[in-house]
Design a protein around this ligand. Structure first.
Ligand SMILES: [Zn+2]
Length: 244
């Protein structure tokens, strides 16, 4: 069976697993039920469940721990603890400012280092986001798109900085803010911007990739600013507490 046929046949199971992840009914550590339980629950073969999990793992939406099972999201690392510590001392706009500092550079490095099969996955993620329904699904695929770029830049310190921001931005309130900042036309704009980023990376042009990513984040940044209440703008003048 070709890869695309395979993906097509497991698509409904992939969607069911994603619905389960988004339902918020998983344990706190994000552990999914076993393949056997999922197979019974979805009334499909264990092999199909395994293939669906393979595909989700490839897309960075689940990860497997030897002998422990499959978990939603990405493995916990020290950035998670640090993100939790500073989340209350920062805000969505500061996170956007920080993303503007590092993500264009990550896209630039990606243009030099991304492998053809990774590029194919990136195209797949952009398409998934475009076809996604509902704010959670859109966030999920958009996050996976930006994460894959960060990983394929192949720079560990920058990836750690990205992972920290990625972790902070899972704050539910900010997800709601970003959801409000997305409208039907803005989704199309986002998709076009994602495609522009992909084409610059595919062309192996770091400068174009940097510009494309900067443009994309700037558009999102402006949309978020418009959604903020004037009270939230007081964040711009949050007193600094640099002793901690
Ligand atoms: Zn995006």
């Amino acid at each position: 069976m070709s890869i695309s046929n395979r993906n097509l046949s497991i698509e409904p199971i992939t969607q069911q697993v994603l619905a389960l992840i988004r339902s918020g009914h998983l344990a706190a550590d994000g552990k999914l039920p076993t393949e056997r339980v999922l197979a019974e629950q979805f009334d499909v073969s264990r092999r199909s469940v395994r293939l669906a999990l393979d595909s989700l793992e490839e897309q960075g939406l689940v990860w497997r721990k030897q002998g422990k099972g499959t978990f939603a999201g990405q493995p916990a690392d020290p950035t998670g603890d640090l993100a939790a510590r500073i989340a209350g001392e920062t805000n969505a706009l500061q996170v956007m400012e920080a993303r503007l500092c590092i993500e264009p550079e990550l896209a630039g490095l990606c243009a030099k280092r991304m492998q053809p099969e990774e590029l194919a996955r990136l195209r797949g993620l952009a398409q998934r986001q475009f076809e996604a329904n509902g704010p959670e699904a859109i966030e999920l695929w958009d996050g996976a798109f930006h994460r894959l770029i960060a990983q394929c830049a192949r720079n560990r310190p920058l990836l750690t900085a990205f992972a920290l921001l990625d972790k902070i931005r899972t704050n539910p309130e900010w997800i709601r803010l970003r959801a409000r900042a997305r409208s039907e036309p803005s989704l199309e704009v986002s998709h076009c911007e994602h495609v522009t980023i992909i084409e610059a990376i595919a062309a192996g042009d770091p400068e174009l990739a940097r510009i494309a990513m900067r443009d994309h984040l700037t558009t999102r940044f402006e949309a978020m600013r418009l959604e903020l209440d004037p009270a939230d703008s007081a964040w711009d003048t949050v007193p600094l507490d640099l002793d901690t």
